[in-house]
Design a protein around this ligand. Sequence first.
Ligand code: G3H
Ligand code: ZN
Length: 286
Amino acid sequence: VFVNGNAIYNDARKGHYAVGAFNTNNLEWTRAILQAAQETNTPVLIQCSMGAAKYMGDYKLVKNLVENEMRVMNITVPVIMHLDHGNYEAAKECIKAGYSSVMFDGHDLPFEENLEKTKEIVKLAHERGISVEAEVGSIGGTEDGVTGAGELASVEEAKTMAATGVDYLACGIGNIHGKYPENWQGLNFDRLKEIADAVDTPLVLHGGSGIPQEQIEKAISMGISKVNINTENQLAFAAATRKYIEAGKDEEGKGYDPRKLLAPGTQAVVDTVKEIIGWLGTPSIK
Ligand code: G3H
Ligand code: ZN
């Protein structure tokens, strides 16, 4: 019941909007992301990092969790089940586990090796109707154990990588995972334009949290079609949870019930995802 990301993101690139890619961390986040997509009636990509899969169990468990939640929630919007920042082994495992999309992140390999391994993953995935994301340059900062220097993607490398037939391409354009530092220089729109002029492949903006809305909108107008968000939801979840606990709410003596403790944070993730879907201009399904 999962859909491949190819058509959804090609439509987004052509239509100058983006479709959000949201990381899941547990049951509550899975529900929150699905609920937000259903309420806005928009397609959504749920992604699982290697760290999140390890935390929850394994790749298969996460895929089953998303699938089962879709069933009990009567989700009717298209959902892409994606591996985020996978290494070679993780990408192969998720192809076997029934993901509808995988990212092979070879940014820490020499470019030739990144290219060769991406080609292998594309072949394996496409034979099974699964979409693939690759990366050129790198994303600054660290997320879930994946660290990058933040080097700008070269236009030549982007062209060569796009020619492998990948369905979407993540490029380093000054973007950073996690919180942005005070002295951040902003996205490199000159490089984004050069890459977008050179390749038709839908482009991916990692580290979407904390980028000013105007910069996100400009990047989307130039060819960014997939915007990855994790930290924004973490901040919203943490703030709402803290507020609830600090308010000392102990209604009916059930302040210790985890289902109650986690509810405000979960609602905050729903609200954040819906707000971001609005920023990205994802159109509702007709
Ligand atoms: O791959 C995941 C993302 O790039 C999320 O980045 O946590 O900075 O929003 P973020
Ligand atoms: Zn990322």
